[in-house]
Design a protein around this ligand. Sequence first.
Ligand code: TMP
Length: 208
Amino acid sequence: MSLFITFEGIEGAGKSTQILLLKSALLKQGLNVLITREPGGTFIGDQIRTILLDQKNKDMTPLTELFLYEASRAQHVHEKILPALKQKKIVISDRFYDASTVYQGMARELPLSWIHPLNRMASFELKPDLTFVLDVDVTKGLSRIQKRYRSTKKKDRIERESQKFHHKIRQGYLTLAKKEPSRIKVIDAAQDINTIHQNILYWVNKKR
Ligand code: TMP
């Protein structure tokens, strides 16, 4: 059977590590898995991602930002996610439309009544079967990305936002999870990596 799983959380919550662990556990079960991400996931989407995350674009308005995320999503769902689900794959996306609700809506304060219809449109009405919010303290999350970037490249446009912005993101995800508890599972991402993984695997196997 096909399954559409998404991962969300503040920066530095550990999504990438958990996505890779989940992928290898599902592959071991003999399942067909596709890993993808937003913004990006397609040739066109990756170009949109570059515009979105470029620090030089600091004058981008929240509405422009929203449309670019939705444009990347429309291409992603059409070109990659829907065909994979049709082939009965398990699709795991590093972020999806909940990120637009939380980042552009709850943090940038665009009206949710604008965002919801665009989310529905860009995803061709597709909804994730299961969403994991990796929840971690903002200071801890940001210190993880600080370490990651110390020796390599600079932080991107969104990672450069204030602590207050990231607090709003964390609270936003927790609010969404309360509204849709059967789809959105909040995972305490301060736990050790394997405990988090086992927790995630439990919910995925329960859904299958
Ligand atoms: P990533 O760092 O998890 O790859 O995501 C890129 C950034 O884009 C991250 O800061 C979250 C942000 N984002 C939004 O603001 N809205 C969206 O709809 C999506 C998918 C991501």
